[in-house]
Design a protein around this ligand. Structure first.
Ligand SMILES: [Fe+2]
Length: 253
């Protein structure tokens, strides 16, 4: 069974502007999550743009960018219908349901289930982001070769389009189980990279832009706090740099 299908939480409010507005370049730069800190490119039709309705954020299932039979010969209409209408929709329901539960946890200050909820957020959120990218990664007019800047980047990053294709296919074929092959832009080095996601629920949410991080590897605190990691995390807020987080938010929006 596709994991996304198990998601069955009640839908949240559906803001009308959820799919409106094109994604700009900054919004298109994402990351695998704070744990991996590897940026991904998220192209699409604004699916990452948060819609705010009554101060809350909700997600909706974007329509397929083409008819369900548009890829016949490669994928049947039946496959696209089940994959989009059932599996992808399940991720959207699960994401909104998880956000509701997180809201309830904050309201009651009850974080007993926080690990499971954080994992659910990563699972459903990444499922939604990756599927939206997937639909837009294919086109009935697709194929051929990239041109312009993308082609230049493939040449500088991989040595050419053919090398990219061989590398991408190899990495994608080796991704286990519910995996993904991913072509991404890494902004720190300004190059393209090929990544694979296995078990995309590993606490990262594809497409996010990190604003603030706290290192909880032992090397970060052990000489002072030893086994008292919670004390270190609590005191982190005494030195937190809000200005830098705000600057990153402004750049990401
Ligand atoms: Fe899928």
């Amino acid at each position: 069974m596709h994991e996304g299908e198990t998601a069955n939480h009640g839908p949240r409010r559906t803001p009308s502007d959820m799919e409106s507005g094109a994604m700009n370049r900054r919004q298109a730069l994402g990351c695998l999550g704070a744990a991996a800190a590897i940026p991904l490119v998220a192209t699409g039709s604004g699916f990452l743009s948060p819609a705010r309705a009554q101060g809350q954020v909700a997600y909706t299932l974007p329509p397929l960018p083409y008819e369900k039979n548009a890829l016949e010969g490669f994928l049947s209409a039946e496959i696209l219908e089940i994959h989009h209408d059932k599996h992808h929709a399940g991720y959207v329901r699960g994401l909104n349901g998880t956000l509701t539960k997180l809201e309830e946890a904050r309201a009651s200050n009850d974080y007993e289930a926080i690990k499971a909820l954080t994992r659910a957020l990563a699972f459903h959120g990444s499922g939604h982001v990756l599927h939206t990218l997937y639909w837009n990664s294919m086109s009935p007019q697709g194929g051929g070769e990239p041109t312009g800047r993308l082609r230049e980047m493939m040449e500088s990053s991989f040595g050419g389009v053919e090398s990219f294709q061989a590398h991408f296919k190899a990495a994608t074929k080796k991704a286990e189980a519910s995996g993904w092959g991913i072509l991404a832009y890494e902004p720190l080095g300004g190059r393209l990279v090929i990544l694979a996601a296995e078990s995309h629920q590993q606490m990262g949410l594809q497409g996010c832009v990190p604003l603030l991080v706290c290192d909880v590897w032992e090397h970060a605190y052990y000489l002072k706090y030893q086994n008292r990691r919670a004390d270190y995390v609590d005191r982190f807020m005494e030195v937190v740099n809000w200005d830098h987080a705000a600057q990153r938010l402004a750049e990401a929006e």
